[in-house]
Design a protein around this ligand. Structure first.
Ligand SMILES: [Fe+2]
Length: 269
């Protein structure tokens, strides 16, 4: 039926367990809880989530498995994310439609159905906040490293068009940071210049200046080492280009090991 909410959200691994989050990241907890309230208010059938930590090399993948159930120990940080169980319904039909729409746009997108596939923490962590009771179906997407920002944007457009035309109420979430020049020390902020770039980019999104944001993204991604080279953001911009007028809210922004992590929602106006 429609795409009813879009989100840019954080997945910092130190947030996996709510009861262990450090004080400096509490603003992100609050922001994710507010995003969750907004998500449940629009009551979608499905959340389509692209994660910077699911990196595919040549093709874009769509996890169209009907039930996503596993126990995650994150290879990057098995001390922080250990034996975390999850179970969400999937949406095979819509997942296959998304892949088909990507291929129709000339983009190599492959769906798969494999109950043995275990999600990355960039998918699991935000969902633990956005939908802690595991009520909403999920389709997860990879970021593809052979895709440049333009292809990622066009993939986002195909996703946005498909969700608008689907028989579902859908939400789209991009899981990742903006500036991402990582350093040791979880409480470290990005540099002043990186935070200024983050803020400028966020302002363009808030002002619905999507074309300006698209123009800014390649040099921004290079200068501030935006997570996944900015691909998750390019996909989000493609989705938003099909969305129509929206109200954007910056619900929170905090640091994690030198990265800048906004939580933003884009609700239909
Ligand atoms: Fe990350």
């Amino acid at each position: 039926m429609s795409l009813d909410l879009a989100l840019l959200c954080t997945h910092t691994p130190r947030m996996c367990h709510r009861d262990r989050v450090a004080p400096f990241q509490q603003p992100l907890v609050k922001a994710m809880d507010t995003a969750s309230e907004q998500l449940h208010r629009v009551n979608p059938d499905v959340v389509v989530l692209i994660s910077c930590h699911w990196m595919s090399t040549f093709d874009h993948y769509v996890d169209a498995t009907p039930v996503h159930q596993a126990v995650l120990t994150a290879e990057e940080c098995p001390d922080m994310i250990s034996q975390v169980p999850y179970r969400y319904r999937g949406d095979k039909e819509l997942g296959e439609s998304l892949a088909e729409a990507g291929r129709a746009s000339g983009i190599p997108v492959k769906p798969f159905d494999d109950p043995a596939y275990v999600w990355d923490y960039g998918t699991v962590v935000p969902l633990r906040y956005l939908d802690p009771r595991e009520q909403i179906s999920v389709i997860s997407l990879s970021v593809c490293w052979s895709a440049d920002l333009d292809e990622s944007y066009r993939w986002g457009q195909a996703i946005g068009q498909t969700l608008q035309r689907s028989g579902r109420r859908a939400a789209f979430a991009a899981s990742g940071a903006l500036s991402h020049n990582l350093v040791r020390g979880p409480e470290q902020w990005p540099t002043t210049m990186e935070m200024a770039l983050d803020q400028t980019f966020i302002d363009l999104l808030k002002q619905e200046k999507l074309e300006d944001a698209r123009q800014m993204l390649p040099p921004f991604a290079q200068a501030a080492k935006v997570e996944s080279g900015g691909r998750h953001v390019a996909v989000l911009l493609g989705v938003l280009s099909q969305y129509g007028p929206y109200n954007a809210e910056l619900l929170g922004y905090a640091q994690s090991s030198g990265s800048g992590n906004p939580v933003m929602t884009f609700s239909r106006r």
